[in-house]
Ligand binder design. Sequence first.
Ligand SMILES: [Zn+2]
Length: 474
Amino acid sequence: MNLLRSTLLALAFAPAAFAQTNPFVDPYIAVRAPVFALTHARVVDGLGHAPLENQTLVLRDGRIAALGADGTVAIPAGAAVQDLAGKTVLPGFVMVHEHLFYSSITKGPFHVNEMEFSFPRLYLAAGVTSARTTGSMEPYTDLQVKKDIDAGRALGPKLHLTAPYFDGEGTGITQLHAVASAAAAERMANYWADEGFTSLKMYQNLPLDIMAAAIKAAHARGLHVTGHIGRVGYREAAEAGIDNLEHGFMAMSDFNAGRKPGDASSPLANYQALEKLDPAGPEINALIRLLVDRHVALTSTLAIFETFTPGRRVASQAELDTLAPPLRESYLTRWAAIQTQNNPLFRAAFARNLQLEAQFFRAGGHLVVGTDPTGYGGCIAGYGNWRAIELLVEAGLTPVEAIQVATSNGAKLLKIDATVGSIEPGKAADLVVVNGDPTKAISDLRKTETVFKDGVGYDTRKILESVKGLVGIQ
Ligand SMILES: [Zn+2]
């Protein structure tokens, strides 16, 4: 009783700053100052330019106030200064397949659990300062998470929310909703737009006429539309006005043997077609040309497909430690089974898709990147973002290009490139500080130390520690 009384008294007389301490946010803040300077930094601007050495950045009121060679930029009196010799500064990542849920263990149909606590933290810790969610399972939880982050009550990136999936009949996931008609698609597009969602996602078995109605209704409201499609081919979707296609070329049904328009989605048939496809042939190059001409962005999600491909890495110890024990066990069991089965089709499809994503990028395509933390697990928010970027380099992009895809290309897709996605004076101070040189070794991204969002620096290690054992639960 006495203790309670004295605590209440202490709170009553505490200075305002102390009273406002938020236990979910403040312990993870490494740097918060109205004016802050970073010196001796290597800067990768996110626009594809060669890195600049020995740079000074001045951050003021959440924005980049100045950038230039050391000694040429005045450091304001009273500014806190951090020496970044040997370190690299990148723009905060803008990644676009960042669900707020993770696959659960189930003996029934595929099921996911909302990760409203751990995933936003993991995304931010890895350097993701803006994220599109690309399909919602708990729309009102997603809305609340965004509200809490924006109000400074929770850690996480600036979220760009995608409404619940627009699917057709036959996908077999109980948590998905089959949209029955064009009129229903229009009604739902308007409903979710009213609720605050800024994009829609078309799913594997949605028919073309309903998809076209959803796209039309979404565009009328200023929303953009992406799709992990299947019943509809890439060409049909592009011609219907879709803005973005998910999963590189892995969800492409256009060249499936014997396919008739309207056939149900068949990932297996997609992979078989990819294995046979000639990347130099006229069919795929005509399709790439169409996507480029119509400005359809393509989202690379190599980190999730890698988990299904035999002969690829197992999750690191840090990733395994992040998973709740039952999820860790189910992931490792399934990973081992994939090695034993050693299915050559997955190897071939994965390799072909790597090649085609780079081909799309080289042809001038708008390539963007995301993690898609689903499947049977093992692709975890945060760590998966680093892996997705590493795999773009394996696909043949330079590290600087891969960083561009993960930053300014994402920002252009979300139409936020006027304020984020590159390191330029006037833009938001959304920055990733890496203790290494990812332009030489992209895996140095794993040496991220501090992530700035709107000028506030967050401690990556502390955040990663805070969610150990939680992924799969919350
Ligand atoms: Zn997805």
